[in-house]
Design a protein around this ligand. Sequence first.
Ligand code: AVJ
Ligand code: FE
Length: 436
Amino acid sequence: DTAPAPGTPRERALRSLTAARDRTTLLTTCVEDPDLTAQHSPLMSPLVWDLAHIGNQEEQWLLRRAGGQEALRPEIDSLYDAFEHPRAERPSLPLLPPDEARRYTAEVRSRVLDVLESASFHGTRLTEAGFVFGMIAQHEQQHDETMLITHQLRRGPQALTAPDPEPAPPFTGPSEVLVPGGPFTMGTSTEPWALDNERPAHVREVPPFWIDTTPVTNGAYLAFIEDGGYSDPRWWTPDGWAHIRRHEITAPLYWRRDGGQWLRRRFGVVEAVPPDEPVLHVCWYEADAYARWAGRRLPTEAEWEKAARHDPATGRSMRYPWGDADPAPHHANLGQRHLRPAPAGSYPAGASPLGVRQLIGDVWEWTASDFLPYPGFTAFPYKEYSEVFFGPEYKVLRGGSFAVDPVACRGTFRNWDYPIRRQIFAGFRTARSEDS
Ligand code: AVJ
Ligand code: FE
């Protein structure tokens, strides 16, 4: 598994933009227009905002910057500027109605396809290997995950369906593996479409640690609930304890107890909580408390990345746990092929050299770490992608979920969110230091 992305960078750019648009189209046509303009949660934008924001970012970066073309709709830039208008405010803006948003986004794309044919793929950091096209394909896919989160928050009948992951034989391997201590290379200076916060590659010394072979399952998490985990302050940080008390949080988001069993709502359907599946929709505080209850802790971001990329045989950091090949369906549950995580222990072909599974795909994994720049970081191509978020208020998540496309998921990819967030497709795995 060593061949990286097939095709030329230009072909890859076209493929990635097209795949993103296919997904966007599905997510914005599977419900009627009133569901596109409604606000399903104050945490989220109306879907029609995401749609036109996708088009507007593409206009700004690919038509104006890469193509050198004149602005198509400069007057809407500020409506779709995420920093000017917080999400809760977006429904009250004079947004483009659904048909107009569709026409605008399609018009931008059709012009971008002409730009892409002749654009330079060399010379500047923005154009090298088609970086800016890759950045915009990733941006659209990130919003496709955001829109899927909105679909999950939405009340009402099912609008999206997908086949379940292939049934996997029950996992019988060890519950944790030892990652040897020593240096490893974290981050990247060579991955062409890596975003600014993943750069540059740098050496980190990581002491030996044990890490869970699979993400924590619903069944394991239930044992924490049933042991009174949510009513015992010993397991919680003071902030976490205050938060769950204040909001009366007693189980993952979307869960409800019905007599003797636990049910959950998933994309408009209520079903029994599957014990073998990685737990989903827990906040950082819950992940952290579970780990303490289990006598363990969350892995640091460096530990997570070492588990995912370090090849003990060569000492090299690989692009993915399985090697350097782009993710294929047998490696990982990515790209909204399924609308749920696969059972813990699935995807043996995606395991790391030490046998750690499902690091990529299924659920974003909370880490212990704050979102901070790597040594030598420079904001590129705009400060508002990462730099303005650095600091202790955001925790890092790694590995991607079933909802993220391969183009926006790598061994080096960094996501971040507030420690109270539960609507995201996040779970976790735990770790412990070798000497504990
Ligand atoms: C990297 C997922 C935190 O959704 O806020 C989308 C991605 N940045 N548009 C977000 C993003 C600008 C970002 N996350
Ligand atoms: Fe955005």
